[in-house]
Design a protein around this ligand. Structure first.
Ligand code: PHE
Length: 466
């Protein structure tokens, strides 16, 4: 079989911005601020930072270096490293395959909100019950999902350099610009509620930044640690083959160590800024009780906050949802790209054909997920105690169950079978030094596998630490 020229990023900036595009997504914008508010503000920030620089760094380095050294997507990379570990490629491939079923559904929700802000300044979106009545309706969530999915597939169809890289180079700087703008605005807010209590953005800032140690116990600290750890997985898009795929597009002369540092910085920076933008705003208008969890923070609480802002509200709301849509789009692209790239290799077919096929497959699969809020509605209790619908089940299997499991096995493979040297060689193959190599070798062998095993057992419900 003739071997086609492999796709690649044009250089390190293209790689850094595309990988940051994957990493920066709804996880940074809705999940990180919520966890920070729930887990003691500055305390969570400190724990998160330490974990990103240790675990996050190890997991990201491993994925990208595997990709660049084998020049394969996850499906074949593990088999190329060691024939007996081929199965790990298959399990890893399952994660984006599952996440893709629901990520464009969420992208569709965000797009619906953009339309709501364009048509009537978000007045409707701020009403009680708006979100629920939208997601439980039968047609509209599917229509918006299809638009989002079509856009994602189109960019992937265009290829790595002309599609993904070009798009990320425009979107990512724009996103930073918007997020800084809204954060600064958020700090200037103040509001006096019906009880005559005035709250200001700067007070909100202290809720976010100052460590809250009230009632801190050992088990509470463990809870914070596990929250931060699972957030890091999701946020850095590691252990799901995505960074392996992107790594395989990086040219051999790129200084990987520096690029990876930039990606970590980008992802953590955006998460931090998202907190700076959301926590003071929610605090000013709804107090600390307003920090709802999960999707309802973004789709229910924030529209009310924008509504309370007065004249600036519709504008800020619109920019906010446009920004979230961009962040979600670059993440969704990375998932679709991973699926397309792996399937192209596997079925020996072209990018264009595979993009079209997968777009059609996921149009069907995601429509089923949309119908999970009406026709296929159910309430399932998960091992971790949450009540789930179809979308949450997919999320649970991929993120809580498979990801720590994959990371654990990857650590065993790299730390004990092929040895950390295999990764370190790749990191230094461009002639640059890998500054954190001792930390890497130690973490991948001893600390990371233990932490991953704990995380896996905890989220699979085998035991409860908290
Ligand atoms: N990293 C993205 C975020 O923080 C989420 C994501 C998950 C992206 C899976 C791609 C794949 O939101």
């Amino acid at each position: 079989m003739e071997k086609k020229k492999k796709s690649s990023f044009s250089g390190s900036i293209g790689f850094v911005l595309s990988a940051a595009g994957s990493a920066v997504g709804v996880g940074n914008i809705w999940r990180f601020p919520y966890l920070a508010a729930k887990d003691g503000g500055g305390l969570f920030l400190a724990v998160y930072l330490v974990l990103v620089l240790t675990f996050g760094f190890v997991l990201l380095t491993t994925d990208v270096a595997i990709g660049r050294r084998t020049k394969e997507g996850a499906l074949r990379a593990f088999g190329a490293i060691n024939r007996k570990w081929k199965f790990l490629g298959y399990i890893t491939f399952l994660v984006p395959a599952l996440i893709m079923t629901y990520y464009s559904v969420i992208g569709g929700w965000v797009s619906r909100y953009i339309v709501a802000y364009l048509t009537n300044g978000g007045k409707e979106a701020a009403k009680d019950g708006y979100f629920t009545s939208f997601i439980t309706s039968k047609v509209s969530p599917i229509v918006f999902m299809l638009i989002f999915l079509a856009l994602t597939s189109f960019i992937v169809y265009r290829g790595v350099e002309k599609g993904i890289e070009k798009f990320s180079k425009i979107i990512m700087p724009g996103l930073i610009f918007m997020i800084i703008g809204i954060s600064v605005f958020s700090l200037t807010l103040h509001y006096t509620d019906a009880d005559g209590v005035t709250r200001t953005g700067l007070q909100g800032l202290s809720v976010y930044l100052l460590p809250n140690l009230d009632g801190l116990t050992w088990s509470r600290f463990l809870e914070i640690l596990l929250d931060a750890m699972s957030q890091i997985f999701f946020s850095l898009s590691v252990s799901m083959g995505i960074m392996i795929t992107y790594g395989s597009y990086v040219k051999k002369d790129v200084n990987l160590s520096r690029s990876l540092g930039q990606i970590e910085f980008f992802d953590t920076g955006v998460a931090f800024l998202a907190g700076l933008m959301i926590i003071p705003a929610v605090f000013v208008f709804s107090g600390t009780e307003g920090m709802a969890s999960g999707p309802s923070l973004m789709f229910v609480s924030l529209p009310k906050v924008f509504d309370a802002m007065g004249a600036a509200g519709p504008f800020i709301g619109l920019i906010f949802f446009v920004m979230v849509a961009f962040a979600a789009l670059t993440s969704c692209i990375s998932i679709m790209e991973t699926l397309v790239a792996n399937c192209m290799e596997f079925f020996h077919t072209t990018r264009k054909k595979m993009s079209l096929i997968l777009c059609a497959v996921y149009a069907g699969a995601s429509a089923v997920i949309c119908l999970g809020y009406n026709i296929f509605y159910f309430e399932l209790s998960l091992p971790n105690g949450q009540t789930a619908q179809l979308l949450d089940v997919m999320d649970y299997i991929s993120n809580s169950f498979l990801m720590p499991f994959i990371s654990f096995l990857t650590c065993i493979l790299v730390g004990w079978i092929i040895k950390p040297k295999w990764i370190i060689e790749e990191m230094e193959s461009s002639g640059h030094t890998f500054g954190r190599k001792r930390l890497y070798a130690f973490m991948i062998r001893y600390i990371t596998p233990v932490m991953m095993a704990v995380l896996f057992l905890q989220s699979a419900g085998f035991f409860s630490l908290v």
